[in-house]
Design a protein around this ligand. Structure first.
Ligand code: IMP
Length: 431
């Protein structure tokens, strides 16, 4: 039996991603033995700043940036080996070694293949008015194949070369017909794809592991594990703003299947929100400020995608959405990031409720047609001035900034235990 692992934490974004989870995971990783990614793929982008160096990870857990931590890519991830090795090589060039000694990959994780990336891009391009605004990293098609089963490839398949050859020949031949018929794309050469993935497999072999077995062993030894949520609750394929979501269960609810661990192993959920809201890609965004305020936030917060560099849509903090996510994920505490970005505004606004066709909506509705029509009800609070990035205690913040944090805490309905006021590791106030 696995005893309750109260020391473990899962970090979850409560908005539409890019909440600064990388920094919070990095902070918690200092006292952890292992960091586990459990959903999504190279569509994620987690940034950690160490001194003057900035690191962005996409597939690798941010624990690789700290010496002596084990990092796990769980079965719920869709792994693009080209992206993985690019990341590993880039880190190596900067003096950070990622080896089988600090990275283990689940043999059950599914692979992103070249035709997934082609299909994602072609579908987005040809979907007039109905594009999701994906990162075009092949995520949706890879998860679709996982559910389809007959056309999927997993990390384990890389380790059996003859079967891999046969499988890739069959699947690529089939997929070429689809790519041709639907998008008029030139066929892929299955032999080239096979050779590329065979070589990836040879390099990946030493990293491959039964990661469930490994993590259960950690539980028995009382080791501390941080589960690194990617994307965010509102992008969860079941509970987010469907269809403008990603294709995995990237809320807290996905951690058990995606990491392949039982509920005893993850009891604490640490939510993360930005002090405002952002979103990339399509979909309703009730508190969007497509105006000077939005531009002010975008420029001060450098709100451009880590993965795609797309400008992010920016808006006021939406407490209705954050409360829904906090409830859904069962968070015990919430970290607020990027509070410094809001400095310098005369007033700040918080959305406290939605109006829909004349009446108050009692709760967030993950229904695109309703969300597209809701009118946010705002509460206006006083702004604050000055650079708050040097503050290291909550009491050092301007009273208006403290008031803002306390108000959103009340609205979310969970204690705010951390406030980040700058990109540095040290720019963090613990309450
Ligand atoms: P996909 O995950 O590439 O299929 O994209 C689906 C939607 O999720 C798009 O709106 C993306 O912009 C969004 N998305 C996926 N991953 C992230 C992320 O890590 N941060 C923010 N948005 C994301």
């Amino acid at each position: 039996m696995i005893p309750l692992q109260e020391q473990n934490t899962c970090v979850i974004g409560l908005q539409w991603g890019d909440e600064g989870k990388g920094k919070i995971v990095d902070f918690l990783a200092e006292r952890a033995d292992a960091v586990v990614r459990y959903c999504g793929g190279a569509n994620a982008g987690h940034t950690v700043r160490i001194g003057s160096e900035k690191y962005s990870t996409h597939l690798l857990p941010v624990g690789v940036l700290r010496a002596g931590k084990m990092n796990v890519i769980g079965n719920g991830v869709v792994l693009d080996p080209a992206a993985l090795f690019r990341e590993i090589d880039e880190l190596a060039a900067r003096g950070i070694a990622v080896t089988p000694g600090n990275l283990r990959i689940s043999y059950k994780a599914h692979l992103v293949m070249p035709y997934h990336v082609l299909e994602d891009g072609a579908r987005e391009q040809s979907s007039e008015g109905t594009a999701i605004g994906t990162t075009r990293r092949g995520i949706g098609p890879a998860y679709a194949d996982k559910m389809m089963r007959a056309t999927a490839l997993r990390v384990a398949d890389l380790l059996h070369e003859e079967k891999l050859r046969q499988r890739i020949a069959r699947v690529v031949t089939e997929r070429n017909k689809v790519l041709r018929a639907l998008y008029d794309l030139a066929p892929l050469d299955w032999k080239q794809v096979f050779e590329q993935y065979r070589d990836f497999g040879r390099r990946m072999g030493p990293f491959v592991e039964d990661t469930t077995f490994l993590l259960l062993q950690y539980a028995r030894e009382g080791k501390r594990v941080v589960f690194e949520g990617a994307h965010a609750a509102l992008l969860d394929v079941d509970h987010g703003t469907y269809p403008y979501v990603t294709s995995s269960n990237c809320s807290g609810l996905g951690v058990y299947t995606g990491a392949g661990v039982p509920p005893q192993m993850v009891q604490n959920f640490q939510g993360v929100v930005k002090a405002y809201s952002t979103r990339v890609g399509g979909g309703p965004f009730p508190t969007e400020q497509d105006n000077n305020t939005g531009n002010y936030i975008r420029e001060r917060g450098n709100e451009y995608g880590t993965t795609t560099r797309r400008p992010r849509r920016c808006g006021w903090f939406d407490a209705v959405a954050a409360r829904y996510s906090a409830d859904l994920c069962g968070v015990s505490a919430v970290a607020v990031t990027l509070l410094d970005v809001l400095s310098g505004l005369d007033h700040v606004q918080v959305c406290t409720a939605y109006k829909y066709r004349g009446s108050h909506l009692p709760y967030f509705r993950a229904d695109m047609d309703i969300l597209a029509e809701v009118e946010p009800v705002y509460e206006t609070l006083p702004g604050w001035r000055g650079n708050i990035s040097g503050c290291r205690k909550f009491g050092e913040l301007p009273p208006e900034a403290q008031q803002y944090i306390k108000r959103i805490e009340q609205l979310i309905g969970a204690p705010i235990n951390m406030v980040s006021v700058g990109p540095e590791r040290s720019a963090m106030l613990i309450r």
